[in-house]
Design a protein around this ligand. Structure first.
Ligand code: FO1
Length: 321
């Protein structure tokens, strides 16, 4: 049974990108009932390969919740083989994006369902359920939004920059193409109005969470909300746990990555901030920005870490578990 917070609101809305977001989502899903957690995922990294709709962050979250994610990379299907990709290469395809055979089956099915007229939300829920996931995983929007990297080598999609070009081009700007005219997905909109707490998972603020906030009304609704809003810092001791966050930080925040820089980036959006023990020295500076701060272990390697951090986040937000 889900308990209501007393103001009629109940449950947690988690905003997530890829690997880091998926880890906290797994912890939250272990302690909250399916009707008490909605996981909204970035789709700015989506791309079409070989005519198929790929949603990497949705898949990373879904595979993680289903216990099917590749434990070495955090993304992709555990133990996947790459026969189709090798065959594509022999057939002349420029197959630089590592899509495994199991993964490709999912993309085939998703693309087919989308072509039949289903929305990305409907498709995502259906596929997740078939993989045994009981908690709702929801795309931020059913309409296309694409993160476009502006670099000294020109404009490119996120996957082109991140995977094909190995984050080497010097980034000078970011746009979220389509965000102005896209709508937050219906379940996301309802969650924004009804939940008792919002959690910003430890995902890249610029690349994974900002696309979600760029959707019409989302940032405004979060700022105007009077529920606890908890940020879990993706930066530990000045380092990004995974991905290009550190370099992106330098570019956009004009400062080295730090828990304080994350807190500054989200200033005004959230009420609570969770930082790692390694960053305890900046506690006072983050509190001075108006956050209630929790200093704890935030590195999530085992499920026990994911559950412990999620429990601390819920406790901080006053969510009963
Ligand atoms: N990341 C890589 O670094 N190389 C890949 O070849 C790659 C393939 C891939 C396939 C499916 C998928 O769901 C994710 C994949 N990723 C790959 C990860 C992905 O580029 C990033 O994790 C996200 O887009 C950033 O959150």
């Amino acid at each position: 049974m889900t308990q209501s917070s007393g103001n009629g609101r109940s449950g947690v809305l988690a905003l997530a990108g890829g690997v880091g977001g998926a880890k906290l989502a797994v912890g939250l899903a272990r302690i909250l009932n399916p009707n008490a957690l909605t996981i909204v995922v970035n789709t700015g990294d989506d791309e079409t390969f070989y005519g198929l709709h790929i949603s990497p962050d949705i898949d990373t979250v879904t595979y993680s919740l289903a216990g099917l994610a590749n434990p070495d990379t955090g993304w992709g299907f555990a133990g996947d083989t790459f026969n189709a990709l090798e065959t594509l290469k022999t057939l002349g395809a420029d197959a630089w994006f590592g899509l495994g055979d199991h993964d490709l089956a999912l993309h085939l099915r998703r693309t087919d369902m989308l072509r039949s007229g289903m929305t990305l939300s409907e498709v995502t829920l259906d596929l997740a359920r078939r993989m045994g996931v009981r908690h709702p995983v929801i795309p931020m929007s059913d309409e296309p939004v694409r993160t476009i990297i502006k670099s000294t080598d020109g404009e490119m999609s996120f996957q082109e920059y991140f995977v094909h070009r190995r984050s080497e081009p010097e980034v000078i700007g970011l746009t979220f193409e389509g965000a102005d005219s896209a709508n937050a997905s219906p379940v996301f909109q309802r969650a924004l109005e009804n939940v008792e707490a919002i959690v910003f998972c430890p995902s890249n603020p610029f690349l994974s969470v900002d696309p979600i906030l760029a959707l019409p009304d989302v940032r405004e609704m979060i700022v105007a909300s009077d529920v606890p809003r908890v940020i879990v810092s993706p930066i530990i001791g000045g380092r990004a746990v995974k991905g290009p966050a550190a370099r992106i930080f330098e570019t956009f925040a004009h400062k080295p990555p730090s828990a304080l820089a994350v807190a500054e980036h989200y200033e005004g959006m959230a009420t609570h901030f969770v930082m790692d023990n390694e960053d305890a020295a900046s506690r006072g500076a983050v509190e001075a920005l108006g956050y209630q701060v929790l200093v704890t272990e935030t590195l999530m390697i085992e499920d026990t870490h994911k559950i412990a951090l999620s429990t601390a986040v819920c406790k901080m937000a006053g969510v009963s578990i």
